[in-house]
Design a protein around this ligand. Structure first.
Ligand code: GTP
Ligand code: MG
Length: 199
């Protein structure tokens, strides 16, 4: 799988306004600032396609990108952004919950997790919330360039053993770095396989 064409479609504040669900889509979700938008730019090799920022809370809407004229990549707002109001902070946010529960053409939800952190409750809760609803998930560990190899390995094994306390099987896991373009081939192969399975 290679991306030969990528184009921003539009931003939506309401899942019901999204494009008709007649093409496969893959969505990026995770805590604010984890690197969702950066990873979309890394995959498409287009620096400014998805808007990124060092300040959390940059992406506030559902953003569709059409890839190779045949499937969508979707950039979502982050969850767990501490400075939004208490009301907004409950759950994972209305937009995210509606998207995950209502969007029927999602082939995989990529859940992004900062590779530098020990397992965080909010991420484990989200994995549980989506996984237990039978939604296909894949974990993408981000910013792995910021860790030494042995620290990364330590964090990965801790994460896996934490997940195995709740789950019988581990979901697919890909280690990435947007700055180092790490995990790009693995991610595109994963998407290619998921698309091929549908045919
Ligand atoms: P929200 O839209 O606010 O939810 O954030 P996001 O998850 O889309 O994160 P975004 O891609 O905007 O990146 C947040 C910050 O992390 C930016 O300053 C990026 O440059 C930085 N960043 C993202 N990915 C990486 C990475 O792989 N390595 C490093 N070193 N920095 C990264
Ligand atoms: Mg973003």
């Amino acid at each position: 799988m290679e991306i030969t064409q990528s184009e921003f479609v539009s931003s939506y504040a309401d899942v019901r306004k999204c494009p008709p669900p007649n093409k496969p889509e893959f969505a990026f979700i995770g805590r604010s600032n984890v690197g969702k938008s950066s990873l979309i730019n890394m995959l498409t090799k287009r620096k400014g396609l998805a808007k990124t920022s060092s300040t959390p809370g940059k992406t506030q809407t559902i953003n569709h990108f059409i890839i190779n004229n045949s499937w969508y990549l979707v950039d979502l707002p982050g969850y767990g952004y501490a400075s939004v109001s208490q009301e907004k902070r409950e759950g994972f946010g209305k937009i995210i919950e509606q998207y995950v529960l209502q969007r029927e053409n999602v082939h995989c939800l990529f859940i992004l997790i900062d590779a530098r952190l020990k397992p965080q409750k909010k991420d484990l809760d989200f994995i549980y919330w989506s996984g237990s609803r039978g939604i296909p998930i894949c974990l993408l560990f981000t910013k792995s360039d910021k860790l030494k190899k042995n620290e990364l390995q330590k964090n990965m094994s801790l994460y896996q053993s934490t997940l195995l306390e709740t789950w019988e099987e581990l979901p697919p896991i890909i280690i990435t770095s947007a700055t180092e373009k790490m995990g790009r081939t693995e991610l595109l192969t994963f998407i290619g396989n998921a698309l091929a399975e549908e045919k």
